[in-house]
Design a protein around this ligand. Structure first.
Ligand SMILES: [Zn+2]
Length: 675
């Protein structure tokens, strides 16, 4: 019998036949698909004919179809519905897949063919899409070190291996320090803590084998503890331990690892011919250069700092009124900020929840897409990997645009967080494909017969992930490599963050936020409170974030520091970091930057994206309507349909007529008014 992962998928919309696939099919299918892809690549590299765009670049781009099929199913179930067998398969697959792609990027004859085409690029008569594909393919090979020879190539391999080891050690040390520390609490230490923190402290104590409750360094426990505990002595102890993670001396200390990682990254960038690591890393990003990142961060820093210092004074006065003398310290900020929040914007989450029904919020996210882009959603009855998954056919003027799958409820077999992925990406070659896109969330599943209710954050997550889904579904490019969300890292979040704005459009909540029992729309006063609360304590949040982003940038832009902690102190000193705020992630805990390469010299990108989503939504406001058809048309034409087929700043400029400034972001965070 043919392996169902490898057979021709002939069912509705050529979806994977989930009901026919069993866990035993994955390993043999992967072996076949890897061997098939290896043979395809070898045939391209060993082609006796001279390289052409079609026989080399396009052939490589359109190879690996069987591998795509196997992995699209496997990664969907491994992330959203795992079991011990699937976990074992994942441990087994990941080194195989890493070795496979390393082998392709180290294939010298293959690279030689691409390099030959690159040298002839102006004489090949390529259209814009083809030229872009050649550029990206060549750049990818060069950046991975394919052009290096002899000693330099050996050294690159050694550096990559060492960096992988150091990144893993960094993560494990941090986890070890987080697991190690706890502070036992007495019953009376629990006074003043809300029920959910008490429950979490009891569960933590139990997990540590104690008789009573405890505080641990898990973010979901320590942050609310710092927020709610009236005991300043306990807050100080807990905060001090939290801030010391990765810097406690001994075997789990991360400071020397950070130093070695920074030195090796610099060496790697230099081997590839870049001035430093930041220049190498930012080359493929929309930001492009360290200067542009620094300009953005500094434009936000001063207004954020001014707001934070003004807030610090208010909080310090509250502390003095509480009978505590002296300066506000880092372990006091969250506690007094929470008191202030309660006094100024008390929002009753429990009263809000019945207005945010999952089904109504799904309808709201669809309806906005209908009004903006003319998309229609029709439920589909097809076998999927879990009974909680739902599917819709997405059409426009009667033509199928995509299949959309929603997997909304939390369960033990699903990893945490929320994400969007394409089980099949849009492309026109080797054949025309419309995409199959899935949103996975972790919303609480209701008891049988009751409607699922969301928190406001959940509803925002739903819109966010659906924004990513639109980027995939509206994609209209030739090659899969640049399809949908395959864009620069700092250009991937604007479409999703932008879509969150439609949840805040009053007419959307008025229509779709209806009470689960009474059917009444959300009262205006509640709606306004929801929107106001989002801007609370933005001085603090912006300062802790921007300080981290600037330290990350300075670590990688210039000679690597011999003492990263001294460098961190120097950067913060020059910024005039407010005393009662620390970096969101200090160096020994900065997993974004040191656990791997993903966000190294790239932590700025969250804010870079926010600059764009704020500025892009302003285009609708300027046009006078959140559903302005002309602006929506440009959004689709220049951003959502284009994926990575053109440079991000070119696309943005076509959409907006100019590049974004920081004004809309400052306004959105409430930092535009003098503090
Ligand atoms: Zn996102």
């Amino acid at each position: 019998m043919t392996n169902p992962l490898l057979s021709d998928w002939t069912g509705p919309h050529r979806l994977a036949p989930f009901d026919a696939i069993s866990d035993e099919d994955f390993a043999p299918a992967l072996e076949v698909a890897l061997a098939e892809n290896k043979a395809e690549v070898d045939a391209i590299a060993g082609n006796p004919e001279a390289p052409t765009f079609a026989n080399t670049v396009e052939a490589l781009e359109t190879s690996g179809k069987a591998l795509d099929k196997v992995l699209s199913v496997f990664f969907s179930v491994a992330g959203a519905d795992s079991n011990p067998k699937r976990e074992e398969l994942q441990r087994d697959f990941s080194p195989k897949l890493a070795a496979h792609s390393a082998e392709i990027s180290a294939n010298k004859p293959l690279f030689q063919r691409i390099a030959t085409l690159w040298a002839q690029k102006d004489d090949l008569g390529l259209d814009a899409d083809q030229a872009r594909l050649l550029y990206l393919s060549h750049r990818g090979f060069v950046r991975s070190g394919a052009a290096l020879e002899g000693e330099a190539a050996e050294r690159m391999k050694a550096i990559k291996g060492r960096l992988a080891t150091l990144g893993t050690a960094f993560t494990q040390n941090l986890l070890a320090d987080e697991r190690e520390w706890f502070m036992a609490l007495s019953e009376e230490d629990l006074e003043g803590l809300p029920g959910f923190v008490v429950d979490a402290a009891r569960a933590a104590g139990e997990e540590k084998g104690l008789d009573g409750p405890a505080v641990t360094l898990s973010r979901s426990l320590i942050v609310p503890f710092l927020q709610f505990s009236p005991r300043r002595d306990l807050r100080e102890r807990a905060f001090t331990a939290w801030a010391a993670r990765g810097a406690n001396g001994g075997a789990t200390d991360n400071r020397d690892i950070a130093r070695e990682i920074l030195a090796l990254r610099e060496e790697r960038a230099k081997l590839l011919g870049y001035e430093n690591f930041a220049a190498y890393k930012l080359e493929t990003e929309m930001a492009g250069t360290p200067e542009r990142v620094r300009d953005l961060l500094m434009a936000v820093w001063e207004p954020a700092k001014a707001r934070a210092l003004a807030d610090q004074q208010v909080l310090e006065e509250m502390m003095h009124a509480d009978g505590v003398n002296g300066a506000l310290e880092a372990w006091d900020w969250r506690y007094y900020a929470e008191k202030r929040r309660k006094a100024e914007h008390d929002l009753d989450e429990a009263a809000l929840k019945p207005y945010l029904q999952l089904d109504r919020m799904i309808e709201a996210s669809f309806d906005c897409a209908t009004r903006l882009f003319g998309l229609e959603f029709t439920p589909l009855d097809v076998p999927l990997y879990h009974a909680d998954c739902r599917a819709w056919e997405v059409t426009r003027k009667g033509e199928t645009v995509a299949v959309f799958i929603g997997d909304y409820f939390a369960r033990g077999s699903k990893r945490s967080g929320a994400w969007c992925s394409a089980m099949r990406s849009q492309a026109k070659l080797p054949e025309v494909e419309y995409p199959v896109v899935i949103n996975v969330c972790n919303f609480a599943k209701p008891p049988k017969g009751q409607p699922a209710l969301l928190s406001y954050d959940d509803a925002r997550t739903l819109f966010h992930e659906f924004g990513h889904a639109l980027h995939q579904m509206l994609s209209d490019v030739t090659y899969e490599r640049v399809s949908g969300t395959s864009v620069a890292r700092d250009f991937a979040e604007p479409p999703s963050q932008l879509y969150e704005h439609w949840l805040e459009v009053p007419e959307v909540l008025e229509k779709y936020a209806t009470h689960a029992e009474t059917g009444q729309p959300m009262p205006r006063a509640m709606l306004e409170k929801v929107l106001e609360a989002a801007n609370f304590d933005q001085g603090f949040q912006t300062v802790e974030y921007v300080a981290s982003a600037l330290v990350d940038l300075e670590f990688h832009d210039g000679a690597p520091p011999t003492d990263p902690m001294a460098k961190q102190a120097e950067v913060l000193g020059a910024l005039g970091m407010p005393k009662a705020i620390v970096m969101r992630h200090a160096t020994p805990q900065f997993a974004h930057v040191f656990s791997g390469d993903g966000y190294s010299s790239g932590y700025y990108s969250y804010m870079w994206s926010e600059v764009m989503d704020a500025d892009a939504f302003e285009a609708f406001e300027e046009a006078g309507s959140a559903f302005d058809p002309e602006v929506a048309g440009r959004l689709e034409e220049f951003i959502l349909s284009k994926g990575g087929s053109e440079e991000a700043d070119v696309l943005y400029e076509k959409f907006r007529g100019r590049l974004p400034g920081v004004e809309a972001l400052l306004k959105g965070r409430g930092l535009d008014t003098a503090a």
